[in-house]
Ligand binder design. Sequence first.
Ligand code: SF4
Ligand code: SF4
Ligand code: SF4
Length: 325
Amino acid sequence: MNIENLNQKLIEKAENLFDQVEVLAGYCQSSHPLKVNPCFIDKKEDLNKLIFNQLCINNLASYAYKLSKQVKGNIGMVVKPCDSKAVAQLISEGLIERDKFKLIAVGCNGVMDYKKISRAVGGARVSGLDIGQDKIKVETARGSRELEKKDYYADKCYWCELWEKPPVYDEFLENEHKLDIEKRDRFADIKELEQMDLDQIFSYWQKEFDRCIRCYACRNICPMEVCQDQCIVHLDFPNWQSQKVNTDENKFFQMIRVMHLAGRCVECGECERVCPQNISLLKLMKKMNQIIGQLFDFEAGMDMEAKPPLLTYNTLEKNIKEEEL
Ligand code: SF4
Ligand code: SF4
Ligand code: SF4
């Protein structure tokens, strides 16, 4: 199935379920060669704008909670298998209703990280992009470049196990192109950091959070941070967090995020993708996920029936030896 056929099949699936939904969230063409746009379709005649390709990096589940509050009827959504983890986690926490969502999951052969491509061409304005089987051709004002495709996937694709196994969906669209890249260790960057001594680790995070401008893009894009309208960082009373932008306050803000997302983060990578300062937010999230996995044998978003560990209480936790603490 070439990409035109995949798009056509997607449109057919969307047409078949459109009578059951009020709006459908999907991907549409963008004028930027490196990106696609999230789009929200409420007229059947606009469904032919839908596309799916390897630039569809955005996690549309980021819109699930708000849409569920704003839209009276059902909501259609195109999801990559990894995105459906966020939907499953929102359902498991009772934040959205399963029946309100009609999900078209698309088998995925990995998405390209446009930030990596942009860095490879020195930030030059990209005027054209051709993603082939093994190479990516990039046209810029400074000339054209050919890149090895295997180096430009989103990080999460290198350890993905779900690319044709979405945890939750209504319709599955098989993609004849399969994910075919060399696997990497999901926690390699954490291990590297943990090789350092404490002073070096501290200095690493000081440098990272020195750059933070507290734009809150990381929080706003996160599919799980549904309470951002009442976020404690904006409260005057009690005033937990100062509005000052400095390294300590910036770190404190991220510590709040990490704790708030313990056992909830689905590692979609959206926070890091949208950070204008390229701060390594996922290292923090992955470390917390590693701890949650070790303590509770739990991974967020894998089972919409499972109760997230920090939303339940057991007097005796199997892997927490209180007497040894
Ligand atoms: S993590 Fe898996 S499902 Fe998600 S974009 Fe990458 S390959 Fe596709
Ligand atoms: S997106 Fe980046 S710069 Fe903005 S608040 Fe988050 S960490 Fe800071
Ligand atoms: S914290 Fe980041 S990686 Fe985790 S769910 Fe939110 S946006 Fe995705």
